[in-house]
Unconditional design. Structure first.
Length: 246
């Protein structure tokens, strides 16, 4: 299983939000590129970046920082936040980003995202599906920064994209994100069982190396961790051992 460190950008700084709330922000560094280099030194080969300003305002204020990180870290960078048209996708890919992460638009304008999969290829588009469990335990896809629930289950949304060239799916149980309560293991086990051929990414709630070990046991191909790495809950020595045993 691949470990993908995460950096959230806001006002040019590396921050973390609690469950997507812009009013509950923790600043970690005023130098995101330095954080990326630290992650690269952990021998991580990929990096997940969220441009929070882009997500909030629809403009790419942090383009220079992302391009610097992509150039300096030599990691494969996937980026999300405010990607709403094909021109933005093309610009990010030209700036050194390998994969563009698309969230709400996959639900509100699925045909547009399908056209991007066709134009840019499945290796360059990640479907980011944020879910909340309904009373029966079904994962319902949310949109617009987790503020709106759709009428689609996670599985219905994925099924709709399978024939469009879908490769990468990033799934977050929003109740777990930033809360350090542990991933939703049962949800990811359902995903792996249903879609063994997809490049699935688990995100949200990772607390320690034991959580990563459990996700690997389940069979998830990749896991994204932000806060646990930034807070030092997962140490460099633990990561080295984890990667050696991959």
């Amino acid at each position: 299983m691949r470990l993908i460190p995460a950096i959230d950008l806001k006002d040019g700084k590396c921050v973390r939000l609690w469950q997507g709330d812009f009013d509950k922000t923790t600043e970690y560094s005023s130098d995101p590129a330095a954080v990326a280099i630290r992650f690269a030194q952990l021998k991580a080969s990929e990096l997940h970046i969220v441009d929070l300003d882009g997500a909030r305002y629809g403009q790419q204020f942090n383009k220079g920082i992302v391009a610097e990180i992509a150039a300096q870290s030599e990691m494969t960078v996937q980026l999300g936040g405010g990607i709403r048209d094909s021109e933005t996708v093309a610009a990010w890919l030209d700036s050194g980003v390998t994969r563009c992460v698309v969230g709400s638009l996959a639900v509100t304008e699925p045909d547009i995202v399908k056209s991007w999969l066709s134009r840019f290829g499945g290796e360059h588009i990640v479907l980011a599906l944020d879910v909340k469990l309904d009373p029966s335990g079904e994962p319902i896809v949310t949109t617009h920064g987790w503020t709106r629930s759709s009428n689609l289950t996670l599985f219905e949304c994925i099924e709709d994209f399978l024939n469009a060239g879908l490769v990468h799916v990033l799934c977050t149980d929003v109740s777990r994100d930033g809360a350090m309560t542990g991933p939703n293991f049962s949800l990811y086990e359902r995903l792996v069982t249903a879609y063994p051929s997809l490049a699935l990414q688990a995100s949200g709630g990772i607390r320690d190396i034991a959580d990563l070990e459990e996700l690997r046991r389940i069979g998830i191909p990749a896991a994204i961790s932000g806060r646990a790495l930034l807070d030092g809950k997962i140490t460099a020595a633990e990561i080295e051992t984890f990667l050696l045993n991959a």
